[in-house]
Design a protein around this ligand. Structure first.
Ligand SMILES: [Zn+2]
Length: 481
């Protein structure tokens, strides 16, 4: 197996990756708080981790991927009260929306998506252990973690308690032993969901869920923990404090990986700046492959700037790759003609590109350089095809087979252009296809309005036979392929 190097936030250096168990990788990624549709900033870590997972699998590791949903949270409760619906109505709606956009972006699913609301016994147990060990204390119906009791507090963010206090806006709370102490459990308030606990009705603080759920599914120590760099402090710092104090095992995580921010026209994405781009809205304008390609176009730790010009550039770049894939597929169907100097050169170049790709990915998953290798291969393929079509150079089928394997290996790891390998000649195909189905559904709607139900059902059955499922709802018919 190739040596893989990753930048570890904990040690602040690039390290050779050594798994805890040979051939296996256990990774935990902090998921979303489902109180709204996912925005582009949300999407970046999930696409990044999807590529990391695909590459680890390519290297031969069996990967276990856990990603939580923070379905009990102030923002969800606030949204639910605003709409006068239950908190879980909000959570379920936006979890479904998360999967819609992630599926469109070809993000493969995690093995388990644990939810806070389904892990109260584990969370309560962990808090109880921290209390038993003297690491936490009860104030009325709340439980706080005592940061001064954990000697390693600050080791991930590289800050001392004094630095943190100086940098944080902390409300004076005389009930806390130290201003940086954080809530493990919060007593129930009017109009909030709550669960029974040894400290009365209440709900967990934010950080404890990831400690409890990662320990349940991955054990006391695991390989990778990921999330946006905004989670380093306090969230991940607190996870370490909780988990290591509870289990007595250090490190909780061997390699901490954090992705950079997305900026919009060079400003950090935030709601207050009104530059808050929802993934679903971006997907209405751009091909999902182009959006995905954009999200991995910089190294994951670097900032990434969202502009329309950049998305348009990504779209054009993908079309160039798509054309080259069409060329490979075309060459593969041409009659075999034997060896040539051109084919030998192409093979050597393709092998070098594969090597460059692997070198880039093994250097802390450098997708920017890996993509550059992909364009290099596309160029070489196009040159060879020109030679075949214009100069009568024979097609060397065994070389084309190998080039196709290398090309597809790379696009599969980056998770792009699957449709091109399936013969879709342009990204416009997808929208044309959708327009066609919509047109048929429009005719079917007219049939139903005229009470021609037999004809409407026949249309539905014909579409079903083509793999298109229709669901009728009061808002009209929805379809999926
Ligand atoms: Zn988390």
């Amino acid at each position: 197996m190739r040596d893989l190097y990753v930048y570890n936030t904990l040690t602040r250096k690039k390290e050779k990756f050594v798994p805890l168990t040979t051939g296996q990788v256990k990774m935990y990624v902090c998921g979303i708080t489902p109180y709204n549709h996912s925005h582009m900033g949300n999407a970046r870590p999930f696409v990044t981790w999807d590529v990391i997972k695909r590459y680890l699998e390519h290297l031969g590791y069996a990967v276990t991927h856990i990603q939580n949903f923070t379905d009990v949270d102030d923002k969800i409760i606030h949204a639910a009260n605003g709409e006068q619906v239950r908190w879980d109505t909000i959570a379920n709606r936006y979890i479904a929306s998360y999967f819609d956009v992630m599926d469109a972006l070809h993000v493969r699913h995690a093995d388990i998506y644990p939810r806070v609301s389904e892990h109260m016994p584990e969370i309560i147990q962990m808090i109880q252990t921290l209390l038993d060990k003297g690491m936490a204390y009860v104030v009325e119906q709340d439980v706080y973690y005592s940061v001064e009791k954990f000697v390693d507090y600050g080791k991930l963010s590289g800050r001392t308690l004094d630095d943190m206090q100086a940098g944080a806006r902390i409300e004076v709370d005389t009930r806390k032993h130290h201003p940086m102490d954080f809530a493990l459990w919060k007593g129930a308030k009017e109009g909030e969901p709550s669960w029974e606990s040894p400290w009365g009705q209440g709900r967990p603080g934010w950080h404890i869920e990831c400690s409890a759920m990662s320990c349940k599914y991955l054990g006391k120590t695991f390989d990778f923990h990921g999330g946006g760099s905004d989670l380093i402090f306090p969230h991940h710092e607190n996870e370490i404090a909780q988990s290591e104090a509870c289990t007595g095992v250090s490190p909780m995580v061997r390699y901490w990986l954090h992705n950079g921010f997305i900026t919009i026209n060079s400003e950090k994405m935030s709601k207050s700046l009104h530059n808050f781009f929802l993934v679903k809205d971006v997907l209405a304008y751009y091909d999902p492959d182009a959006v995905r390609f954009f999200l991995i176009s910089n190294h994951y730790r670097s900032p990434l700037d969202f502009t329309d010009a950049r998305l348009e550039e990504m779209t054009r770049s993908l079309e160039r790759l798509r054309t080259s894939i069409m060329n490979v597929l075309e060459l593969a169907t041409m009659p075999a003609g034997g060896k040539s100097a051109e084919a030998a050169a192409l093979l050597t170049e393709a092998q070098q590109v594969a090597e460059d790709f692997e070198t880039a990915m093994c250097d802390d998953f450098n997708t920017a350089l890996a993509a550059a290798a992909l364009f290099e291969l596309a160029k070489k393929v196009n040159i060879y095809r020109e030679a075949v079509v214009n100069n009568g150079v024979p097609v060397d089928t065994s070389v084309i087979t190998e080039v196709k394997r290398i090309f597809k290996m790379m696009t599969d790891i980056l998770g792009i252009l699957e449709s091109a390998w399936n013969g879709q000649t342009s990204s416009a195909d997808a929208s044309e296809y959708a327009a066609l189905v919509e047109a048929v559904l429009e005719i079917r709607k007219e049939c139903r309005e005229k009470k021609q139900y037999e004809l409407a059902d026949a249309i539905r059955d014909k579409l079903q036979a083509l793999g298109i499922t229709i669901e009728d709802s009061p808002q009209g018919a929805r379809w999926k392929k």
